[in-house]
Structures are given as structure tokens and as C-alpha cells.
Design a protein around this ligand. Structure first.
Ligand code: HEM
Length: 485
């Protein structure tokens, strides 16, 4: 079976329950979506302290993210929330400051730099394989944890030429985990401007302490290289920090200051591993439920790679593996929504959107929109050869964003995902764990509340799939009329 409807939170029947979501301690914004959210062109939420417009219609999405992007800067709450960790990094700044940073960082993610860092990516993937080879055959395994480990390791290696196995890198990683787990508790306070009485002081204090700890460790890595660079004695590293040290402002001819470098490196760590980890873990869940797709991926990896290690150009040739990742990003976009703020009053459809209002574009909704995709809730990586899906891709697919703020690391992420998935399906088979169903929640990224556990089977020479036990396989589908909760 290649098609099925993977799990997602059952939409509420009506919008009235939104109020409960905000004040009834619901776990994540995905739980507050209702059936019409997946059909509407534009929606509106008004709560004390909040005026929010949700935009799904492709022409409005283009207006917000592309055509009039400057009139819809990134929401100030994002900057406020992430400031203790990311300072003034490219992810949250706007206007001239952002333009300068984007221009200076361009070469760090150009093809030439990606080719240079590919061996570092590959080394982290080999380390992942060695960890997995040490596990017993048939073990039930949380791939969410492993994908977080390998993507963080890749970021450490490609940005700083450090491995995650080092003690300091491990401390940074642990502090990041703490920072992220505290963020959701702070978000509601910031978004809904709740009275001081509701301020989660302890969570804020802990999250600020985690941010300070991360920055002080990063400073210790960056300082010697920054000083050496300014003495005219750069080291031999070919990593992304080396290109950030070389970057110059075209107007002033000056490079990034030390603090700016720490801001950008902290941001790259956050933006670059959490997103990829989410998408890769969901990919493994999806293929564990689709033995037929998984066997075809295995055959493709064997045909392209044979007995050798993957190299940079191999990755592009694995079209099914690409399509599986593409379909995963559609069903579980790691960045589930983008928050912008109208800088002036605008008319959108029949609504007047006042200056200062929040304008949200949610790939989660657009990628599952009933009018924009055929069989929107169904996992079907083969759909991309159809005219209908090609059309949907053009107007209703934006896992990396759109317009000037589009993800800088998209090519990096695709290369990394292709490498990891090809390595995994070539060597192992993934089966569902009976009784385990992931539970999607929308936080900084879309993750599973209870992890993503799969059964890991080590392939032997000439091995092909044994069908998964009937009880644990996904239900057959002919269009998924009803969402699974
Ligand atoms: C599957 C993996 C990834 C996904 C789905 C993803 C998604 C996104 C999205 C949606 C945005 C734009 C958000 C908005 O418009 O509000 C973004 C921005 C960004 N991403 Fe990624 N990302 C991924 C991986 C990476 C990686 C690996 C890096 C770097 C190593 C990276 C670096 C950035 C940067 C620097 C920005 C800010 C760009 C700007 O504002 O000018 N991302 N990403």
C-alpha cells in the first residue's frame, strides 16, 4: 500500500472553541483549528489584545510574502521572544538591518560553499549510521531523538567544524532543548498580552538562563577564530563560520562584529537543525507506514549509490526520495505558520486589516487546503507527476516560505535530507511499532508530543520488505474524508 492518511489533530467542528484553546490550556495551535480553517480563503480572530488575520488564498499569500513583503514585516513578537537567544539575527530583523545581513550571508549558502561543507555533512551521517549499527536488530526506536542528534551534529560540523560529541557542544545542545521546551509557555503571554498576573516568570527566567548559557559557549568557539581572522591569520576551516568571517557590508566594507556573528551562529543552529529534524522524523514515520514506497526508495538508493558512499551530485538523482521528502514537508511543514504584522491599513477581500494587526500565513493549512490540493490529507509521493499536483505546487506549497524572506538554508536542508534518507533506506527497514501513533503538536516547529517510534530492521544482502503486521499498518484510503485524531 502506498497511499494512506497519516495522523493529524482532528479539526474542531466550529470556531467557537478557539476561545477555549487560548484559555483552556490546549497543547498547541494545531488543536484549535476547525473544519472551515481548511476551506476558508481568509479568516479572522479577535481576542482581547489580539487582532489576527489568517490568509490562505494564494493571491493574498503572494501579496503578503512576495509582492508587498516590505509592508508586512516579520512580527515584532517573534523578535521579542527569540531576542535573548538570537539577539539581532537575520531571522527576526526587518528593513535595512535585515537587507544588509541577507546580502552579507548570501555566499555562506551558495552552491560552492555547500559543496565544501558536504564532506562534513557526510561525516555526521556516518556517525549516525555507526550509532544505529550498534542497536539490536528489531529494536523499537525513537527516530525523533536520533534525527535531532544527527541534524544538530551536522550544524555543529558545517558551521563551526565541531562535533556534537564534544562536551561543550553537548552542553549547548542540552541548553537549546531546555530553551525550546520553555518557549510555548512564554508565547501565550506575549501574543495575548495577558495581565502581569499570568506572566510565567519562572519559565522566562529559565529560558533566559538557557539563552545566556548557549551564547557563552558559542562565544568561546567563535572568539579565537574571530581574533585570528582579524590578525590576518585565518585557520584552515572551510566551514560556514569561515565564510561569515569573510563577509563584508558592500556599503561600508566592514565585516560582522563579534556580537553579530554570535547572533547569526545561534540563529543558524536553531533554524538549521530543529526544522530538518522535524521533517526527517516525520519522513521515517510516513515510510514506516508505506512498505511499498520504502522498498522503491531502497531500490533507488541501491541503484544510484551501489556500494559507494554518496557524493554531492548523487543526491539530486534520487527522484523518489526527493518526492517523499517533498510530500513530508507538505503534510508536516516544520514551520507551520509565518507571523507578519501589517505596517499600514490594508483591504484584503472584504476585510479592513488595520495597521499593527497580525497577518498569519500557515503552510499547515495551505498544504492541506480542500480547494488547493487533491486528496489533501493523503500521503502520496507519486502525486508530483500529475498535472494537478504540479499546479498545486505552484500556488499552494511553501514549506521554505516565499519571497525575500525565503529560507536561506533550503538547498542545504534538501541536500542533508537526501543524504540521510538515502543512507537510512539503503541500510535499514523501518516498520510501525504496534500501538504507537505519533501526536503532532505545533510549537517552534511541528513535532510529535510522544516522539516518533519505529521498529528498526537491519537489511541483509538482497533483502526486501516483509509486509508489516496487518494491525499496525495504516488504514487503506480512497481520499481520507475524515481526519484521524
Ligand atoms: C527542512 C528544513 C527547513 C525548513 C522547512 C525551513 C523553513 C524555513 C522557513 C519557512 C523560513 C521563513 C520563515 C518566514 O518567512 O517567516 C526560513 C527562514 C530561514 N531559514 Fe530555514 N528551514 C529549514 C532549514 C534551514 C537550514 C538547514 C538553515 C541553515 C543552515 C536555515 C536557515 C534559515 C535562515 C537563515 C532563515 C531566515 C531568512 C531570512 O529571514 O532572510 N533553514 N526557513
Amino acid at each position: 500500500m502506498s497511499r494512506f492518511c497519516p495522523v493529524y489533530p482532528k479539526p474542531l467542528k466550529s470556531k467557537a472553541s478557539m476561545f477555549l484553546m487560548f484559555f483552556g490550556k490546549r497543547r498547541s495551535w494545531l488543536d484549535g483549528l476547525y473544519e472551515r480553517s481548511y476551506r476558508m480563503k481568509m479568516g479572522e480572530i479577535r481576542l482581547p489584545g489580539l487582532e489576527l488575520y489568517m490568509v490562505n488564498e494564494p493571491s493574498l499569500v503572494r501579496r503578503v510574502l512576495v509582492e508587498q513583503a516590505a509592508k508586512f514585516p516579520k512580527h515584532t513578537l517573534l523578535g521579542k521572544l527569540l531576542q535573548p537567544l538570537l539577539g539581532e539575527s537575520i531571522f527576526t530583523t526587518n528593513g535595512k538591518q535585515w537587507e544588509r545581513q541577507r546580502e552579507m550571508m548570501g555566499t555562506s549558502f551558495a552552491q560552492t560553499r555547500l559543496k565544501l561543507v558536504f564532506p562534513l555533512m557526510k561525516a555526521a551521517t556516518t556517525a549516525m549510521q555507526e550509532r544505529m549499527d550498534r542497536l539490536p536488530d528489531g529494536v523499537d526506536y525513537d527516530v525523533d531523538v536520533e534525527m535531532t542528534h544527527v541534524t544538530a551534529d551536522i550544524i555543529f560540523r558545517t558551521i563551526l567544524s565541531q562535533t556534537l560529541e564534544g562536551e561543550t557542544a553537548r552542553k549547548i545542545f542540552d541548553a537549546f532543548t531546555r530553551f525550546q521546551s520553555l518557549t510555548p509557555r512564554i508565547v501565550n503571554q506575549v501574543i495575548f498580552k495577558l495581565p502581569r498576573l499570568f506572566t510565567p516568570w519562572l519559565a522566562i527566567r529559565r529560558s533566559n538562563a538557557a539563552a545566556r548559557e548557549i551564547r557563552s559557549h558559542l562565544e568561546a568557539f567563535i572568539r579565537p577564530r574571530y581574533d585570528a581572522h582579524h590578525r590576518g591569520q585565518p585557520g584552515p576551516e572551510q566551514d560556514i563560520l569561515a565564510s561569515l568571517l569573510d563577509a563584508v557590508d558592500p556599503d561600508t566594507g566592514r565585516g560582522f562584529s563579534f556580537d553579530e556573528l554570535v547572533d547569526q551562529v545561534a540563529m543558524l543552529f536553531l533554524a538549521g537543525h530543529e526544522t530538518s529534524a522535524s521533517a526527517l522524523a516525520w519522513s521515517l514515520y510516513l515510510i514506516s507506514m508505506s512498505p511499498e514506497i520504502q522498498e522503491r526508495m531502497h531500490a533507488e538508493a541501491v541503484a544510484v549509490l551501489g556500494g559507494k558512499d554518496p557524493d554531492y551530485s548523487d543526491i539530486k538523482q534520487m527522484s523518489l526520495i526527493w518526492n517523499v521528502f517533498r510530500e513530508t514537508l507538505r503534510l508536516y511543514p516544520p514551520v507551520g505558520f509565518f507571523a507578519r504584522q501589517a505596517s499600514e491599513t490594508q483591504t484584503m477581500r472584504d476585510k479592513t486589516v488595520p495597521a499593527g494587526a497580525s497577518v498569519v500565513v500557515a503552510p499547515w493549512l495551505i498544504h492541506r487546503h480542500r480547494d488547493l490540493w487533491e486528496r489533501p490529507d493523503e500521503f502520496d509521493p507519486d502525486r508530483y507527476s500529475t498535472d494537478s499536483a504540479k499546479e498545486s505546487l505552484k500556488c499552494a506549497y511553501l514549506p521554505f516560505g516565499l519571497g525575500p524572506r525565503v529560507c536561506m538554508g533550503a538547498t542545504f536542508a534538501l541536500q542533508e535530507a537526501g543524504l540521510i534518507l538515502a543512507t537510512l533506506v539503503k541500510r535499514y527497514r523501518f516498520e510501525p511499532v504496534p500501538g504507537h501513533q505519533p501526536d503532532p503538536v505545533g510549537r517552534l516547529t511541528v513535532r510529535s508530543e510522544n516522539g516518533i517510534r519505529v521498529r528498526l530492521i537491519k537489511r541483509k544482502e538482497g533483502d526486501s520488505a516483509a509486509p508489516a503486521p496487518a494491525a499496525s499498518r495504516a488504514p487503506a484510503s480512497s481520499g481520507c474524508p475524515v481526519a484521524h485524531s
